[in-house]
Design a protein around this ligand. Structure first.
Ligand code: SF4
Length: 447
């Protein structure tokens, strides 16, 4: 049986040299490999296959799509592409999908040719589903899946799955050709978050926070250095710094094993601690992302960000002074935003001058409170997008343009679309970017 785990094409956001190895796909493929001994990964961002999967199929196949699972880089285009790919398969194949989108739109995925949709956390369920894919009676007894039986869509028993990331194995990077990806490696050491931001899917999809121990994290760092000559690692956890104790343990372990590597991570202002960030800097952390999202106290409250502007200023100033390269993200058009709110955001950004500013128009992700509250709003995107949506308030549009111009005047490179980052190698440490698309990880991180 040919088991193929597929990363659907996520272009344009993973195009060109931003291309990072699909770490959540590697996670799932590694779990499958440990159980069944053999698995292949097909990364449609790397292989240009024009929706035609047949070249990668044998006589008898199980194909698992991992779409919008841990990393939210997907676009609406990807869904149609997935359906086309399934439709064109000519060999005997069972199609399974996991991720947030398919969990919410399971009917659409079943109607478009998927045999099983796995709901929520899939670590164990995927194994049971693969093992029993031709045994419908047993499949119907597996909790938290959707499947077709007698032309009807069946929802099996719902069981609460506790997020347990502690024992996740090290993803086997040999399942992909790492030379095809950017040279900063990625890791995910935890899953979930203690925050409850109203636009974020993480709390409802993964629930409680769970993370690997310091020992296990450093085993993986050593593996990346030993086998792939890794110099920079980006931790793509939803929020790496939830547990202060774990981070101090990690720093101690990095020192104990004399690890020489540079690190970046996603954190949150809520989980900031000065002493912890100083220690992290000592052991090689050089880049950090904070989801600031707005300079308006009112909008922060509406988002349930649980932080105030003075504290945001204090944290970002301290972290910059320590020597970190800092990225912040901003949502420009959160519901009820006015020109006044964007003006406050502009003032905050000009005051703090983060090295990288990632601008967003709101993605109304299913399962989030902001999605539920705005069900009747038409034309709302559910995925990241760089195109400005129709904003009814002209004052808001004007202030957004003003903000962009002010940042350009302040010396920021304005990146509106996908960029070939190869041209931007060796930029000085202080280079500033403002962008609507991801900036290649590892840019301007220096000793
Ligand atoms: S802090 Fe980040 S990961 Fe946590 S809930 Fe908020 S947006 Fe989501």
């Amino acid at each position: 049986m040919n088991i193929l785990v597929v990363n659907p094409a996520n272009k344009p956001f993973t195009n060109k040299s931003i291309l990072a190895e699909p770490i959540d796909v590697l996670n799932i493929a590694t779990i499958i490999e440990k159980e069944f001994g053999k698995v292949k990964i097909l990364d449609m961002d790397v292989v240009d296959m024009h929706n035609d999967i047949n070249k990668y199929l044998d006589e008898d196949n199980i194909v698992v799509f991992v779409f919008d699972y841990q990393l939210p880089l997907h676009t609406t285009m990807a869904i149609e592409n997935i359906f086309e790919t399934v439709k064109k398969a000519k060999k005997k194949t069972k199609f399974i999908i996991i991720g947030k989108t398919s969990t919410h739109y399971y009917e659409k995925f079943i109607k478009n040719g998927f045999d099983v949709v796995v709901e929520g956390i899939a670590d164990n369920t995927i194994i049971d589903v693969i093992r029993n894919i031709y045994d419908e009676e047993t499949l119907l007894k597996i909790p938290n899946i959707y499947l077709k039986s007698d032309e009807k869509i069946i929802v099996t028993e719902k069981k609460k799955i506790i997020n347990n990331y502690v024992d996740m194995p090290i993803p086997n990077r040999h399942l992909v050709d790492l030379s095809k990806y950017m040279d900063t490696r990625t890791m995910v050491t935890s899953r979930g978050c203690i925050g409850k931001c109203r636009f974020c899917t993480t709390p409802s999809f993964f629930g409680n926070w769970s993370g690997k121990s310091a020992d296990k994290i450093v085993d993986e760092i050593e593996y990346l250095i030993r086998e792939f000559n890794t110099k920079k690692i980006m931790f793509l956890d939803d929020n790496m710094t939830v547990s202060k104790k774990r981070i101090f343990d990690l720093c101690r372990e990095i020192e104990k094993r004399h690890i020489k590597c540079l690190f970046g991570c996603l954190s949150s202002i809520k989980c900031y601690d000065k002493e912890m960030f100083e220690k992290m800097y000592e052991v090689g952390f050089r880049w950090v992302h904070f989801g600031v999202e707005s300079g308006s106290e009112r909008i922060l409250k509406a988002m349930d960000k649980e932080m105030d502007i003075d504290y945001i200023k204090q944290v970002i100033k301290e972290v910059k002074e320590m020597g970190y390269r800092v990225r912040t993200s901003i949502i420009l058009d959160y519901p009820t935003s006015t020109g006044e709110d964007v003006l406050k955001t502009e003032e905050l950004l000009l005051d703090l001058e983060p090295n990288e500013i990632r601008l967003h128009y709101l993605a109304y992700r299913f399962g989030t409170p902001v999605y539920e509250e705005n069900k009747n709003v038409s034309n709302k995107s559910q995925y990241i997008h760089s195109n400005r949506p129709n904003i009814a308030n002209p004052e808001l549009v004007e202030r957004i343009d003003h903000l962009l111009n002010s940042l350009k005047d302040k010396g920021y490179y304005l990146i509106l679309d996908d960029v070939d980052w190869k041209k931007y190698n060796d930029l000085p440490k202080k280079t500033k970017f403002v962008s609507f698309v991801p900036i290649k990880y590892g840019m301007c991180w220096y000793e």
